[in-house]
Design a protein around this ligand. Structure first.
Ligand SMILES: [Cu+2]
Length: 248
């Protein structure tokens, strides 16, 4: 797994580690028990079956122990992590960067509201491969909107990001391994995910849902840069602006 580069990434890695440690302990325990039973209760040692079976309560205590550890993982780690990383998106006070992400066979596109901070009008009647976000180019708020298609898009470091994931054809899945974010992209739905990139660098986006014969080549890149570099790129793109992005 690539190194985590988002604020909640460490919590996910810890949870994965603890779940694997528990599974490892169960695996070793079960294999050990299986071997013990094979030797202890083989036919030559026990020519006649015992109809009472086990008399010790050890297995009950072990089962309770495993259930307690599972409970601690679920209630102590998984649910609080979900509350932090999935529920409760950052509010306006945290100044999140907002974007829409559109999946299409077989590429990714991103759409930002531009320097005015307002999304241009969008309607599915305008949406096609040449205008994946269905921007109404006649709308004044759309003039400075940024559409980035099949090229890298930028995000500032240490600032929360809210990405609304959608698809214009089949079900895809937005996956950024380094950000520890995975969300299905479903036609007709706009599903928000949020994360905070914590390291400058280039990070891949892949599609994690088999979506057709070009699925493996459906790669995207986002660059995490300093706030200054992001502002410069954002202003330039916004000036060029409009519904520039096209899958064609
Ligand atoms: Cu896909």
């Amino acid at each position: 797994m690539s190194e985590a580069a988002s604020a909640h990434g460490k919590g996910i890695d810890e949870l994965i580690l603890y779940v694997h440690l528990l599974m490892g302990a169960l695996f070793v325990g079960w294999v050990g028990y299986f071997l013990f039973v094979m030797f202890r209760f083989n036919r030559s040692a026990n020519p006649k079956a015992d109809y009472v079976g086990a008399r010790s309560h050890a297995s009950t205590y072990l089962e309770i122990g495993v259930a307690v550890v599972e409970g601690v993982l679920l209630i102590g780690l998984a649910i609080p992590l979900w509350a932090r990383a999935v529920d409760n998106p950052p509010g306006p006070a945290e100044k999140p960067v907002e974007l829409q992400v559109m999946a299409q066979q077989f590429a990714w596109a991103a759409h930002f509201p531009g320097t005015d901070g307002k999304w241009g009008k969008q309607d599915t009647k305008f949406a096609d491969r040449g205008n994946p976000f269905g921007l109404d180019t006649a709308d004044a708020d759309a003039k400075d909107d940024i559409s980035v298609v099949t090229e890298a898009f930028l995000l500032p470091v240490n600032r929360p990001v809210i990405a609304k994931i959608s698809s214009m054809d089949v079900i895809h899945c937005f996956k950024s391994p380094a950000m520890r974010v995975t969300q299905d992209a479903i036609p007709g739905l706009s599903i928000p995910v949020h994360f905070t990139p914590t390291k400058v660098g280039d990070y891949s986006i892949t599609c994690a849902q088999l979506c057709g014969n070009g699925h493996a080549s459906m790669k995207g890149v986002f660059k995490v840069v300093s706030q200054d570099d992001f502002d410069k790129w954002y202003a330039e793109k916004s000036k060029a602006g409009g519904a520039g992005g096209s899958f064609e």
